[in-house]
Design a protein around this ligand. Sequence first.
Ligand code: COA
Length: 394
Amino acid sequence: MQINEVVLVDAVRTAFGRAGEKGIFWKTRAEDLAVPLLKALIERNPQVSPNIIEDSIWGVTNQVKEQAGTLGRMVTMLADWGWEIPGCSIDRMCASGLTAIGFAATTIASGMADCLIAGGVEHLGHVPMGFMREHHPRAEEVMGGASALVMGQTAENIHDRFPEFTREMADAYAAESQKKAEHAMTSGRMKHMIIPIETELADGTRIIADTDQHPRPGTTVEKLATLKPVFQENGRVTAGNASGLNDGACAMMMMSRTKADELGLTPKMRWVASAVAGVDPKIMGTAPVPSTEKVLKMTGLTMNDMDIVEINEAFAVQVLYFLDRFGLAWNDPRVNIWGGALAYGHPLAASGPRLVAFLNGLFEENPSARYGLTTMCVGRGQGVSTIWENLMAS
Ligand SMILES: CC(C)(COP(=O)(O)OP(=O)(O)OC[C@H]1O[C@@H](n2cnc3c(N)ncnc32)[C@H](O)[C@@H]1OP(=O)(O)O)[C@@H](O)C(=O)NCCC(=O)NCCS
């Protein structure tokens, strides 16, 4: 079968809010986070008319309440694109959105479509993690224990199994992530990708939500050291070195190179390959290692070829493990240059596409960068990794 070249044309996202009543999206539904992004993708790329979009593939982890009912399809109609634009929702937990992008890429690569939307959305304020989930009676048995079901506990398990990664190292990594995010935000790096949305807060005030709510500027290692472990007595995982509970959405327009050229669009990056791997669910955070090894092997590239690495910071310890296994320093300058989920938060299915959107922005400001990696761990013990090539490279 012929493999068509797959390119990313544009990537946009909402600001990420804090889940709950104090969140900027407390009174905004999940679908209404996605719809402005669809509209923005068309407005920003006037050569594209909605009727050439062949599918709208959305990662949505917990498909109940407002996130149920094939959100990917509903949002095309809510965007007033009519009845002819199909859509679907995909669940691979935290990597639902990154999987949506991978599925869109392989669909285009195989010649089955030329223009697709892929994205991810999660409103943890309205649909909390695990809400209404009924575990199979054998769930704990097949996953090797109850701790596999609590993500924070899986991070504690990594600390237990690999004690060389200490609480101090996790806090140092977290403080650095906050510092990088603060720098990226104050220097306006996010402006181009964030689509402002008018929302109503719990007290009725109306605001323009255009700034990530979760980052804590001025975070210090000293302050982080005072936080109590959340998931285990005498544990090491705290609110400071874990990602947060958040609401947000991120979407991208993907095309075959031929279609982008035909429409006169300037593609930003080329999808190279994606891979998925499974590990012991009790240490699910280690899974980006085998999925990255797999995608590197598949492409004949090495970690040295990766000029930029975007790894989801579900928990600091899990990133430390990844960096160590690839022989990278804890503060390698190629990794999460604008900070990560420890600062911005982790609206599950939206986080993978956010990594891709960040990589896109970083490629643009680093024309000497050629290859980039986006990778993340997934509850139940999975890792997803995707390699991209910078088409804006000089
Ligand atoms: C860890 C967790 C339970 C913390 O929840 P929380 O208590 O609501 O977290 P908060 O952000 O409100 O932080 C609690 C307190 O810690 C402190 N804190 C957190 N981060 C801090 C930072 N960077 N600097 C200083 N203090 C900080 C603050 O005192 C804060 O209280 P405040 O809001 O009154 O200032 C929650 O974020 C969580 O479950 N994270 C993991 C999510 C997850 O598993 N995702 C899937 C991954 S696979």
